[in-house]
Design a protein. Sequence first.
Length: 253
Amino acid sequence: MGKIITIANQKGGVGKTTTSVNLGACLAYIGKRVLLVDIDPQGNATSGVGIEKAEVAQCIYDVLVDDVEAKEVIKPTSVENLYAIPATIQLAGAEIELVPTISREVRLKRALEEVKDQFDFIIIDCPPSLGLLTLNALTASDSVVIPVQCEYYALEGLTQLLNTVRLVQKHLNQDLKIEGVLLTMLDARTNLGLQVIEEVKKYFHDKVYKTIIPRNIRLSEAPSHGEPIINYDSKSRGAEVYLDLAKEVVSNG
Ligand code: ADP
Ligand code: MG
C-alpha cells in the first residue's frame, strides 16, 4: 500500500517544491515506485521533473474538478520509477470552482485511492496557502512533511499550519500524522542558522529530521534543466542530503 505524504507550508519559498521533487526522485532512485502529485497552479514540480507544461493536455485540475480518473493523467518523468500528475495554470481556478461542489475536500483522496496500490510513495507538492487545494492534500494523506527555512521568522505561521492540521484531523482525516519537520536552506556560515535549528528542535523535538538541507547552488540550478538533483548532479551535496532524507523517510516507516 502506498504511503501518501503531503509537503506543506503556507509560506512561499521555503523549499516545498525542491523537497517534493528531490525526495520523490531520491525515493525512486533507491528503488521505490513513486508518484509526485503537483497541486500548485504554478506547476514548478511539474517542470522540475521534465514535464513540458505547454504539452500537458489534462492535469490535476481535470481530476479535481471534472472527475477524470487519476490514471488518465499520470505521466512518466525524467527519472526511472518516478511518475507525476502534472499541474498547469488552469488549476488556479480550482480553488474557487471547487467551493460549491459536493465533497470538495475529499476529491483528491478519492482520486488517489484508485492508484495508491501501484506506488510505494505518493508525494504531494502544495501551493503556498491553506486553501481548498492544501485541504485536499491533507485529507488525502497519511502524513505531512513541513519544510522550515533556516531564516528569521522560521516559526512564524506554523501555528496556523498546525491549527489547520488539527482541524483536518478532527473533521476530515483523523489518521493524519506529522511525518517530520525538515530544516532547509541552512547557511552553515552564519550563527542564525544554528539558532533557528535550536528553536525549531525546542518546538518539535524528535519530529525534526536528522537530515538538514543546506543551501546548495546545484539544487537551485536543477529545475531549469527539468531534472531532479539526482540526475542533474548526483555527486553534489544537494543530491547527498536528499538521498539521506529519502533513507530517513523510508526508515521511519
Ligand atoms: P516553495 O515551493 O516552498 O515555494 P521552492 O522549493 O520553490 O520553495 O524554493 C524556493 C527557491 O529556493 C527556488 O528558487 C529553489 O530553487 C531555491 N532553493 C530551494 N532549496 C534550496 C537549497 N537547499 N539551496 C539553494 N536553493 C534552494
Ligand atoms: Mg513550490
